[in-house]
Structure formats: C-alpha cells, structure tokens
Design a protein around this ligand. Structure first.
Ligand SMILES: C[S@@+](CC[C@H](N)C(=O)[O-])C[C@H]1O[C@@H](n2cnc3c(N)ncnc32)[C@H](O)[C@@H]1O
Length: 318
C-alpha cells in the first residue's frame, strides 16, 4: 500500500465490544481479516509477552500496510507476530499444516475495508470512477468486468436478486445484457448509470443509490464471499482451544443469517425429534454468547457510518 493509500483510514468497528469479549488467558489470537490492522493492534495491546498473533488477509496490500504498523508494536510487546496471505475459505487446509495450533480468540471482520472501497482503482465503489475489478485478492479470479461480460442474463439476474436483494434484478440484468452487446462494461460509473437507468424513477428518489445493491451483489459473487464464510466458520471452531471464542462481525443480512444459523447449529447439533430421546449422539461444540448480535452505539454510528450495519456474534467453544 503506497502513501496515498495509507492516508485512507479504516476505523475498526465494534472495537470496544471485541475487546470486552477477549477471553483469558490469551496465548494465541488469529485475526482472519487483518485489513489495516486496527482490531489486531488493539488486541495486541492486551496480549501478554510470549503470546502469538497470526494475522491473515487475502489482500496483499492490506498485509503490507498492517505489517508496517504491527511488527514494531509486536516486537515492543514481546508478542510473536505472523502474517499470512490466505483466503479464509482455505482456513481448514492452512490449519491442517499446523496440527498443534489452538487459538483462544479468532476474529473475522468480514467484508471490505475502507481503502478497498475508497480507492477508485479497486473498482468497488459506484461513486468513484475506476476499472470494474472488485477482487480483494487481485492475483487471482475473475474481475467484475469479466463476470459482466460472460454471465448469461439469467445468471446475472439471479446474482443481483440473491446477493443484492434487489427487486429490479431482471430489469437491471436486461439493461446490462443490452448494453454489453454494443460495448463492454469495464468501468464503475458506466455500470452505476446502467443500473440507475434500469430502475423506475421512484427508486431513484430512495435514500440509497440503486447502484449500491448491484455493486454489493457483484462484489459478493466475484469474491465468493458467502461460500468462504460458511467454510471458514467450521474450520475456525475446530481451531479454537477449549473456552476459546470466535467473534464474527458482518455487514449485511445475508452474512449475518449464515453466522447466526451456523452458531446455532454448533450449539444445538442434535437432529433428533424434540420429544424423543437423543439417538444421533451429536454433542454441542459450545455455546452462543450473543443470542442477539451486538451492534454499534449511537456515538459509534455517528463517528463512523460503516458501523451502522455492523453485527457482532460470538461463539464460545466448550
Ligand atoms: C472490514 S476489513 C477488516 C478491517 C480490520 N478488522 C481492521 O480493523 O483494519 C475486511 C478485510 O477482510 C479481508 N477479507 C475479506 N474476505 C476475506 C477472505 N475470504 N479471506 C481473507 N481475507 C478476507 C479483506 O481483504 C479486508 O482486508
């Protein structure tokens, strides 16, 4: 990350709520979504000497930036710091190569970081002119422009409907397909204009820009975010030490629903009929510490608009 990028700050959300839920002792912490290292830096400050912090991200520029902040801090605190470029979808494979590793705390603050959104060249923003990329890991996978060029009308409509929860998904997909027959859709502002031209006039007067939902949908598809989340949750619980905690911060209802259901399934795995004695033998992996998700205070929402939609759920392993 260069100097210009470094000026774009990412304020960690629900930081106090995360810190208040750190277990003791805290020998090993894994931050699966290091980003700019905001959460990790504050957690590191609470870790004892000789403990270990592992920071992961699939975005190399995030690791480079966070490393500059965290290595000196870790050295001063006597904490061993390891940074790993990894997609948390592959957490299970990574963990298999560290057979004795157990963590007391694992954090996943999922979604995009402020620099990813705010840097036009990353192509996530419907407000800033840039190439339609949207890949968090720019070394692999299809960009959003390639996705728009190759998917069928039905696939586009389904993705926009499912991941964007967009009621005008078919109209938007039809406009995309009509436009790309004349010219390739390669930049953010062109796509945003296509979306706006597809929705009824009344939708343009809504508080949220109609382009927001289509951009969200494409981002989720390009980065395969929901599959990654599902894969990660099981692998993360396997990595927890007894009494260890997994904390997940999500930013939209699709993700939160997955976290809520999976945490419930970890705590209540029995599949037998409620009135009959258990014969499946499945034991709970632990308990859900947050029956309702923790959300940001009015003061935090005021200071950081990204905090509005954030939900924190915590699972504790037995
Ligand atoms: C909201 S930011 C995290 C911010 C961080 N907690 C902080 O305080 O600076 C999310 C980060 O997760 C990363 N990320 C998202 N999905 C990922 C995945 N499947 N595997 C690894 N990293 C991922 C993104 O690249 C981004 O840097």
């Amino acid at each position: 990350m260069n100097e210009a990028e470094g000026r774009l700050l990412h304020v960690p959300v629900l930081l106090q709520e995360v810190l208040q839920n750190l277990p003791t002792p805290l020998n090993t912490v894994i931050d699966l979504t290091l980003g700019l290292g905001g959460h990790s830096s504050a957690i590191l400050a609470a870790m004892p000497p000789s403990s270990r912090l592992i920071g992961m991200d699939k975005d190399q520029s995030a690791l480079d930036y966070a490393g500059k902040l965290l290595y000196p801090q870790a050295e001063a605190a006597g904490v061993e710091l390891t940074l790993v470029k990894n997609d948390f979808a592959a957490l299970g494979q990574w963990a298999a190569a560290q057979p004795s590793l157990q963590a007391q705390f694992i954090l996943a603050d999922i979604g995009v970081s402020s620099p990813q959104i705010d840097l036009p060249e990353r192509g996530f923003s419907y407000r800033l002119a840039g190439p339609l990329d949207m890949r968090m890991d720019q070394s692999r996978g299809q960009s959003a422009a390639e996705v728009l060029a190759t998917l069928t009308y039905e696939q586009l409509a389904d993705i926009i409907h499912l991941y964007g929860e967009e009621r005008y998904s078919r109209r938007i997909a039809a406009k995309i397909v009509a436009y790309r027959e004349k010219r390739a859709i390669t930049d953010t502002l062109t796509l945003a204009d296509i979306v706006r031209s597809a929705v009824p006039k009344a939708a343009l007067k809504e508080k949220q820009d109609p382009a927001r939902r289509t951009f969200q949908a494409l981002r989720i598809y390009v980065n395969d975010e929901l599959t990654a989340l599902q894969e990660m949750l099981q692998a993360a619980v396997n990595l927890l030490a007894p009494g260890g905690r997994l904390a997940v911060i999500s930013f939209h209802s699709l993700e939160d629903r997955i976290v809520k259901r999976q945490f419930h399934a970890f705590a209540h795995p029995c599949t037998c009929l409620p009135d009959l004695p258990c014969c499946c033998g499945r034991q709970p992996a632990g308990r859900v510490l947050t029956p309702k998700p923790l959300t940001a205070s009015a003061a935090e929402c005021e200071a950081n608009f990204r905090a509005h939609s954030a939900k924190l759920r915590i699972f504790e392993k037995m």
